[in-house]
Write a protein of this length. Structure first.
Length: 198
């Protein structure tokens, strides 16, 4: 688990350092730049929230934040894959809707994750997050263990942190694609990611 948290920390540091180096070169009149910076900001905040929730035993509550992180990383990779301006405008249009996660229910995210070569564990995580489930974990109130058998067991902390770390590396990869040479830690992060998954 400590290795996974370290992976998240390295990804966050890469984002922070890269955007600091970019500085005024970010063109906020360009929707691609604006949405990538915004998504990177929310990804860092989401990964912080996930680590905090898991550290306090709230794995179930961390899932909804992990879902947001999954969408942010996949949108970012999708935007920089090709036709960036068109896709950035599509993202802006989609997230401005009241129900901006509707493509999730249409399996669009899973198809995009496969197209962008997201790890098989992450594609499985997309499936899990797509399916609404009511999880149970005992210990929050007295005698709650008696009802645990009726619900899905809580997901394990290492699986959540592992997914969060991998989603963060995809966010860094998207930023590096947009701004080569500014996110120099990417190769080390990717190398570490592969070593941990082997």
């Amino acid at each position: 688990m400590n290795e996974t948290i370290s992976l998240m920390a390295r990804a966050k540091a890469s984002i922070d350092n890269g955007l600091s180096r970019l500085g005024k070169d970010i063109d906020f009149e360009n929707p691609v730049d604006s949405i990538l910076v915004t998504f990177a900001s929310r990804a860092v905040a989401s990964s912080n929230a996930i680590a905090l929730l898991v550290s306090h035993g709230h794995e179930i509550e961390a899932l909804s934040v992990l879902r947001t992180l999954a969408i942010l990383s996949l949108w970012s990779r999708w935007i920089v894959d090709k036709d960036s301006s068109v896709r950035a405008e599509e993202a802006l249009s989609e997230i401005s809707k009241l129900d901006w996660e509707s493509p999730w229910r249409e399996n669009l995210w899973l198809l995009r994750a496969a197209h962008l070569n997201f790890e098989s564990s992450l594609r499985q995580m997309f499936i899990e997050l797509k399916s609404p489930k009511f999880y149970s974990k005992t210990g929050s109130v007295p005698w709650d263990h008696g009802a645990e058998k009726y619900f899905f067991s809580a997901p394990q902390a290492p699986a959540i942190l592992d997914a969060a770390g991998l989603f963060m590396t995809h966010m860094v990869e998207a930023l590096d694609t947009r701004w080569p040479e500014y996110f120099t830690e990417l190769k080390e992060i990717t190398k570490r990611q592969r070593r941990e998954k082997s």
